[in-house]
Design a protein around this ligand. Structure first.
Ligand SMILES: *Cc1c(COP(=O)(O)O)cnc(C)c1O
Length: 396
């Protein structure tokens, strides 16, 4: 024990020991254990998951694939890439599959970053960018946000001679901020070709149709562009872990060198392929999100709680003492995401859920905020969740 503390652990590279680990949303099972609540009484609006569950077509395809689980998956992901290639009008050689799109982001960092290089990202941008950067031994450069979002001019100015990667999430998580594609396109034209621009489109399917963009068509002009997309959000497959990257054949070839063999499992490959066909499910997910977002925005406005306009499936609410309010919400069986680790200690991020879940969050929040503003400290005893999970009053 002692020997290991003074040798292997102490000798792990400084840049690894300096990494602030990713903080995931609290699982329902964990909260149930901690507070002695029943799992069905808990709602989780903390990880931007699809409240409709998975696409039924994807579920059926995964069930079929179960029988082959003794076999390694197709390590090249031929069938899924073929389908993506036809749909997105890019060559299969321009597609890399990932164990979630986080895997693609990490491949980009490992392929392009090393000690003595740097990457640029925005303040309040997705936590995986600094983590992937530090993992590769490179230095992260966080650029001050503009209205909670990316300040492209400042990001352009922050590029140094040693910068090899620049990360943009559009829309961004956790802020939900969005930049018009014309600004991103102009920015790409201004970035030196030795910098790989990673354009993270995890929430692209939630954009209104008029604001969507065929960014894959840009790859012809920008060989230093890598687009990442995921099946975790609108397609409802977060638990399976599957996403993909689109880039020039040369960039994708590099990512394939650092990609782990068989990184996407057989169930995920089958489900993702089927999910691409489920146009109806995608439309339903979009419509539910639009309605749920309006419900949350209106509900929070009615409580005089400020929000940051969001184009994703989540919303930042400026609640003040977010840590305290989060603790009280948990006692009500409502899991949302505190974002102090993103430099936003006054905010909670709530994912758009089903109408009943959104209502329960709003009710719980109003109860908690009212109690705290009256100086009443709500003990666990006062905050027993009601047995009816669909109930309008969350607690008390
Ligand atoms: C959720 C999210 C992803 C997707 O991660 P997966 O690994 O595909 O589940 C990627 N980028 C951002 C900004 C996200 O919020």
């Amino acid at each position: 024990m002692k020997g290991c503390d003074t040798t292997c652990i102490g000798l792990a590279p400084k840049h690894v020991r300096a990494i602030a680990p990713y903080q995931p949303g609290k699982p329902i099972s964990e909260l149930a254990r901690e507070l002695g609540l029943n799992e069905p009484d808990i709602i989780k609006l903390a990880s931007n998951e699809n409240p409709l569950g998975p696409s039924p077509l994807a579920l059926a395809a995964a069930q079929d694939a179960l029988h082959d689980m003794a076999l390694y998956p197709d390590g090249a992901g031929f069938a899924l890439k073929a389908k993506l290639s036809a749909k997105l009008r890019v060559a299969a050689s321009q597609i890399v599959l990932g164990n979630g799109s986080n895997d693609v982001l990490d491949m980009a960092a490992r392929a392009f970053l090393t000690g003595g290089t740097s990457s640029v990202y925005a303040q309040h941008a997705f936590a995986v960018y600094p983590i992937a950067t530090q993992t590769a031994g490179a230095q992260g450069i966080a650029v001050a946000a503009k209205a909670y979002g990316h300040d492209l001019a400042a990001m352009r100015a922050a590029i140094r001679d040693d910068t090899r990667v620049l990360w943009i999430a559009n829309p961004n998580n956790p802020t939900g901020t969005f930049l018009p594609w014309s600004e991103i396109e102009a920015f790409l034209s201004s970035v030196p070709p030795q910098v790989l621009v990673v354009l993270d489109e995890a929430y692209g399917e939630y954009l209104p149709p008029a604001e969507r963009c065929d960014t894959a068509a840009w790859l012809v002009r920008f060989p230093n562009l890598l687009i990442s997309r995921t099946f975790s959000k609108a397609y409802g497959l977060a638990g399976l872990r599957v996403g993909y990257g689109l880039g020039s054949t040369a960039v994708i070839d590099l990512l394939n060198r650092v990609r782990h063999p068989f990184n996407v499992n057989a169930l995920a490959l089958a489900a993702a392929e089927a999910a691409l066909d489920d146009v109806e499910f995608l439309a339903r997910s979009y419509a539910l999100n639009t309605a749920g977002m309006a419900q949350l925005v209106a509900g929070l406005a009615a409580m005089n709680i400020e929000t940051v306009p969001s184009k994703g499936n989540f919303l930042l609410a400026k609640v003040g003492d977010a840590a305290r309010i989060n603790t009280e919400l948990l006692k009500c069986g409502v899991i949302v995401r505190p974002v102090a680790n993103y430099g936003l200690p006054e905010f909670l991020r709530v994912s758009v859920g089903l109408a009943g879940q959104n209502a329960r969050f709003l009710d719980a929040l109003s109860v908690v905020v009212a109690a705290l503003s009256e100086g009443v400290s709500l003990g666990t005893a006062a905050l027993q969740p009601r047995p009816d999970p669909g109930g309008r009053k969350a607690c008390l």
